[in-house]
Design a protein around this ligand. Structure first.
Ligand SMILES: Cc1cc2nc3c(=O)[nH]c(=O)nc-3n(C[C@H](O)[C@H](O)[C@H](O)COP(=O)(O)OP(=O)(O)OC[C@H]3O[C@@H](n4cnc5c(N)ncnc54)[C@H](O)[C@@H]3O)c2cc1C
Ligand code: FES
Length: 282
C-alpha cells in the first residue's frame, strides 16, 4: 500500500504542466467537482492551493503549472516520494444540480479544473459542450479526458494551429448565435477570459459560474487574503467559493489585486534553486 500523501503517479503533460496522483483515501472519498486541496511539498514550504482534477479509487489527481518557487519545488518530487501536507477537500463544490444543457469553457490550465465540472454535469445526464482554449497546439492538455467528459468538445487555439482558430469566447458566441440555449455556462481560466465570457453571456441572459483563484493563505476563511467583491459584498473565495456568479464579480478589482505580488514572485522565481542541482556531480 502506498504511504500517506505518496505521489503514486506523475505525468508530464507539457514542459510547464504536470499531474500527480496522490494517495489520499479520505480526500478521495469526499472530494467533489470544483473543490481544492492545499499542499506543502516539503517541510517549511509554502501552502499552495490546487484544484482536484480527478479522483480514482484512493488517489487524488491535481494538475499544476510551474509558475514559481513552490510549484517548481513540487515538481522536483518524483513518484514514490511523499508530500509533506495534503489537506482537503476545501471550498464549496461547483453547483451542477438541475442543469440539463451546459457549456463549460476552460482556458489553458483552467481546462484541468473545467474537466471535473464537465464530467459531473455529464454523469448527471446534462448535455455538455466543452470548449477548451490554448495559445497553441503544443500546449493542449487532457484532450482525451475532456472528450469523454462531454457531448461535444471544441479545442480552440489562439494561433489557429489546432481546432477552432480563435478565443473560446469566439466559439461560444458562434454557438449562441447558432441558437444554442444553455441553462448555465461555466467559465474557468484566466481572469480576462472569464470576464469576457461573462460579458457575452450577460447579453444572452445565461447564468454563468466562474471559478476564482485569488491568492490564498490559510484556506479556512481566517486571513481575508482571498477576498473578492461579489455584488458589492466581500466574499472569501476559500470558503464562500471558489465558484461565484460571474455576472456579479468585480473582475477589474480582482485583476488589479492579482498583480500585487508580481515583482516579489518574479524575484523568487529567478532565485529558485533546484534541489536536484549538482546531484550527479559526485
Ligand atoms: C482555489 C485555487 C485553485 C487553484 N488550482 C490550481 C490548479 O489546479 N493548478 C495550478 O497550477 N494552479 C492552481 N492554482 C494556483 C496555484 O495555487 C498557484 O499557481 C501557486 O500557488 C503558485 O505558487 P508558486 O510559489 O509556484 O508561484 P508564485 O511565484 O508564488 O506565484 C505565481 C502566481 O501564482 C498565484 N499564487 C501564488 N501564490 C498563491 C497562493 N497562495 N494561492 C493562490 N494563488 C497563488 C499568483 O497568481 C501568482 O502571480 C489555484 C489557486 C487557487 C486559489
Ligand atoms: S485564504 Fe484566508 S480567508 Fe481565504
Amino acid at each position: 500500500m502506498p504511504e500517506k500523501y505518496e505521489i503514486v503517479t506523475k505525468k508530464v503533460l507539457t514542459p510547464d504542466i504536470s499531474s500527480i496522483s496522490v494517495y489520499a483515501p479520505l480526500i478521495a472519498r469526499k472530494a467533489r467537482a470544483g473543490q481544492f486541496i492545499i499542499l506543502r511539498a516539503t517541510d517549511g514550504g509554502e501552502r499552495i492551493p490546487l484544484t482536484v482534477s480527478s479522483v480514482s479509487g484512493e488517489l487524488v489527481t491535481v494538475v499544476y503549472q510551474k509558475v514559481g518557487d513552490s510549484t517548481m519545488t513540487l515538481d522536483e518530487l518524483a513518484e514514490g516520494e511523499c508530500l509533506c501536507d495534503f489537506v482537503g477537500p476545501l471550498g464549496e463544490p461547483t453547483p451542477t444540480e438541475g442543469v440539463k444543457r451546459a457549456a463549460v469553457v476552460g482556458g489553458g490550465l483552467g481546462c484541468a479544473i473545467a474537466l471535473p465540472v464537465a464530467k459531473a454535469l455529464h454523469d448527471a445526464g446534462a448535455k455538455v459542450d466543452l470548449i477548451g482554449g490554448f495559445r497553441t497546439k503544443d500546449i493542449v492538455i487532457l484532450e482525451d479526458e475532456m472528450r469523454s467528459a462531454c457531448d461535444e468538445l471544441t479545442i480552440c487555439t489562439d494561433d489557429g494551429s489546432y481546432g477552432y482558430a480563435g478565443f473560446t469566447t469566439g466559439k461560444l458566441e458562434e454557438l449562441l448565435k447558432a441558437g444554442e440555449r444553455y441553462d448555465r455556462v461555466y467559465a474557468i481560466g484566466p481572469l480576462v477570459m472569464m470576464k469576457f465570457v461573462c460579458k457575452l453571456t450577460e447579453r444572452y441572459d445565461i447564468p454563468t459560474i466562474v471559478s476564482m483563484n485569488p491568492i490564498m493563505i490559510d484556506g479556512t476563511g481566517m486571513c481575508g487574503c482571498c477576498r473578492v467583491t461579489v455584488d458589492g459584498e466581500v466574499k472569501f473565495a476559500c470558503v464562500d467559493g471558489p465558484d461565484f456568479d460571474g455576472h456579479k464579480i468585480d473582475f477589474d478589482e480582482t485583476i488589479a489585486r492579482a498583480a500585487t505580488y508580481k515583482e516579489f514572485e518574479q524575484r523568487r522565481r529567478a532565485e529558485h534553486k533546484c534541489r536536484l542541482e549538482g546531484m550527479n556531480n559526485g
